[in-house]
Design a binder for this molecule. Structure first.
Ligand code: 1GP
Length: 227
């Protein structure tokens, strides 16, 4: 019912962080295309269900970006399943996924599952550390990952994850240059509308996270890329 390929802007909410009802209302009524619930640390069944029930009152697509098997629950429109292409730990390629499918494969509606190729580009970020990502990449390295996503794995999404820091636009351009069918997501360090516009000139979809929690006014303005 929802067409992910048309999404241009996503707000990512971290279930381990606190957001007031007032700010949540502004985020959900902001004309963003979707809300994604996701994070790296302290993602539990309890905090995911709590945030989901608060966001569910609003008529917009809701995605769970799966951080661990323990916090997965029914009730989302989509489940984004990351595979970290530059992780040096096989768990983050397909190890966790294998375990999950072994246990729950019979009960999964695969139409709701979206496989998301991740390239983590901020070594100091939590996700960089946890997944043991090799972030020391040249534009040629990144182009090869983009080809891997587009031509080999045929992934619907390639997500450049700069989490917490604003990325190198030359890298974003390099990834984009190899993509046609695969949708390019960019997340990391978008703090205001100017950042959002710059990234959105290259990427298909931008993800705005942290700034929601420390500068809601500027966070809301990033949605203006859609105008
Ligand atoms: C994090 O890509 C998202 O997973 C967004 O990054 O929190 O830096 O906006 P920021």
């Amino acid at each position: 019912m929802y067409d992910i390929t048309k999404w241009q802007h996503i707000f990512k909410l971290d279930p381990a962080k606190t957001i007031s009802d007032e700010d949540l209302d502004k985020i959900c009524m902001s004309n963003t295309d979707a809300i994604m619930i996701g994070g790296t640390d302290d993602i539990t069944l309890d905090n995911v269900i709590h945030l989901m029930s608060r966001v569910r009152r609003y008529p917009l697509p809701l995605v769970l970006e799966i951080a661990n098997v323990e916090s997965v629950m029914p009730g989302f429109d989509f489940y984004f399943v990351p595979t970290v292409l530059n992780s040096q730990d096989v768990q983050y390629h397909n190890g966790i996924l294998h375990k999950a499918l072994k246990e729950y494969g019979h009960a999964i509606d695969f139409d709701e599952m979206i496989f998301e190729g991740y390239v983590v580009l901020n070594q100091d970020s939590k996700v960089g550390q946890v997944t043991k990502a090799n972030c020391d990449l040249t534009t040629e390295d990144l182009e090869a990952y983009a080809l891997m996503a587009e031509e080999m794995y045929k992934l619907p999404i390639l997500y450049l994850e700069y989490s917490g820091t604003y990325g190198d636009m030359e890298m974003v351009k390099a990834a984009k240059s190899k993509l046609q069918s695969t949708q390019l997501f960019y997340g990391g360090g978008i703090r205001n509308l100017d950042d959002a516009k710059e990234v959105f000139e290259i990427a298909d979809t931008i993800i705005v996270g942290n700034v929601i929690y420390d500068d809601i006014k500027h966070a809301l303005k990033t949605v203006k890329i859609k105008e």
